[in-house]
Design a binder for this molecule. Structure first.
Ligand SMILES: C[S@@+](CC[C@H](N)C(=O)[O-])C[C@H]1O[C@@H](n2cnc3c(N)ncnc32)[C@H](O)[C@@H]1O
Length: 248
């Protein structure tokens, strides 16, 4: 994997600035409902949200009575998550750490890796992330990963829809993506213009085919691997986002 990943730029202040504009409460409520539906969790059970970002899903899961732990590499995002938890009157255990060496042991009833947060590394490290998810789950616990569907993405891919433009007032963020077939990666060049000043960052996301998910999850110790779209319907070539579910 030869693509650069500018972690600090891709997940820094600009990300927060535009994500907050793009995602309203209804959007984040929908995400939390989908997490509950796919994990089958109920009040009193424990969940690890990794990576949790600025806590938009984690705090909503805590609001329905789950015991929630969030891990993210960004101290800035964790501070935002702490503020959000306080403002909503819920407790979330928030820890700084890396997906490849989680700073927690669990055991959790579920691990959630939501919103295209898997596939940021070379393949051996991506597989290490799955081993870490397995390590912190209780036997029989559930892993749920929400990401882009490899086949749906490739089938629908043309440059035009992948020029994603997000605006916030006069500020603008433009993501230009390419698909690297040899690595199975979406490679994105992000240009941000805020207050008249321009920044550029690059990042990539490894998209696994369904057979690859089965092999990788099996190798990491998981069983009962299943796939659906966000609504719980079967995956086909037209599915853009995929939810991967597996049992530890
Ligand atoms: C697309 S965001 C999604 C966050 C959250 N799941 C959500 O739905 O809002 C991806 C997150 O991954 C975090 N991240 C990136 N690399 C990481 C790493 N090596 N370890 C832990 N977190 C990481 C970023 O800081 C960012 O918060």
């Amino acid at each position: 994997m030869t693509h650069p990943f500018d972690f600090d730029e891709a997940f820094g202040d600009d990300y927060l600035h535009f994500a907050r504009q793009a995602f309203d409460d209804d959007h984040d409520d929908d995400d939390a409902r989908a997490v509950l539906a796919h994990t089958g969790l109920s009040a009193g059970q424990s969940v690890l949200d990794a990576p949790c970002g600025y806590g938009r899903v984690a705090v909503r899961l805590a609001s329905v009575g789950l015991t929630v732990t969030g891990v993210d590499r960004s101290e800035r995002f964790l501070d935002e998550a702490r503020e959000l938890a306080t403002s909503r009157g819920v407790v979330v255990d928030l820890c700084a750490g890396d997906l490849r060496a989680l700073p927690v042991d669990g055991p959790f009833d579920a691990v959630v890796c939501w919103f295209t947060s898997f596939g940021y590394f070379a393949d051996e490290d991506n597989r290490q992330v799955l081993r870490e998810f397995h390590r912190v789950l209780r036997p029989g616990g559930t892993l749920v990963i929400d990401t882009l569907s490899h086949d749906g993405f490739v089938r629908e891919f043309t440059e035009a829809p992948e020029l994603v433009v997000t605006e916030h007032g006069q500020d603008i963020m433009i993501d230009r993506s390419e698909f690297d077939v040899s690595d199975g990666c979406v490679v994105t060049h992000r240009t941000t213009i805020r207050d008249g000043s321009r920044r550029d960052a690059r990042y990539f996301i490894r998209l696994l085919t369904i057979p690859e998910w089965r092999v990788w999850l099996g190798d990491a110790g998981f069983a009962d691997v299943a796939f659906s779209d966000r609504d719980g319907d079967a995956v086909d070539l037209g599915t853009w986002r995929i939810v991967v579910r597996a049992t530890a």
